[in-house]
Design a protein around this ligand. Sequence first.
Ligand code: ADP
Length: 247
Amino acid sequence: MSTPSLLYLDNVTVSFDGFRALNELSLLLVPGEMRAIIGPNGAGKTTMMDVITGKTRPDKGDVLFHNTIDLTRLDEPSIARLGIGRKFQKPTVFEQLSVRDNLLLSLAGHRRPFGVLFARQTGEERDRIEGILRTTRLGQHADRLAGALSHGQKQWLEIGMLLGQEPELLLVDEPVAGMTDAETAQTADLLRDINRTRSVVVVEHDMEFVRALGVGVTVLHEGSVLAEGSLDDVSRDPSVIEVYLGR
Ligand code: ADP
């Protein structure tokens, strides 16, 4: 393959009791790209994320990272260490700790996870945390308890905690579910900022948000790619209108 490839799902099939949740799914993500994955319930979006992160092993097909590393042979921690971070829908922050301490705990490379809270911070740690606070728009909330944040702010904090792991590829599952319109718009800005230095895959139902992201869209249906292109292109595709947008 001559196209540069960050992630390539090559004919991936996943069956549950004979039912194909993914059916010979092929998808290419180039380095630096941000892609939105849409599709009706049951299309296979979650299963696709599970295959990329090693939670589910496909029956058939390969998942190649940088063209050479077959993720289907690795377990979840090894895939995370390679630089693939996943944010699930429900935020899982430490509610009794401050925003800053949540971020401190998340920084890659700590050997004694909680011990770091009692140790003197290095200048490098402080700089990295300040950078993440800026990216996630949480600078004014750095010393508040995470439990006191709004739902949207908690989602941003969790994205920030993933950034602490320095992922090359960030997988984000329905980030704006339950957010206000203002938070949704800010989340689009935030992900675009992150995409300046990292690749991003976003699974999302909210079409206004996908439009605000302004990125390429892949439509999944019955475990395969139904259409790919801009949101306008796929919205005009008769097969997409039939199975999804026209409902
Ligand atoms: P989406 O995220 O697009 O809604 P999923 O990947 O969750 O779709 O599911 C795809 C299909 O696979 C659905 O029909 C779902 O019921 C089925 N499925 C997913 N996980 C399992 C499982 N562990 N066992 C049986 N069926 C499953």
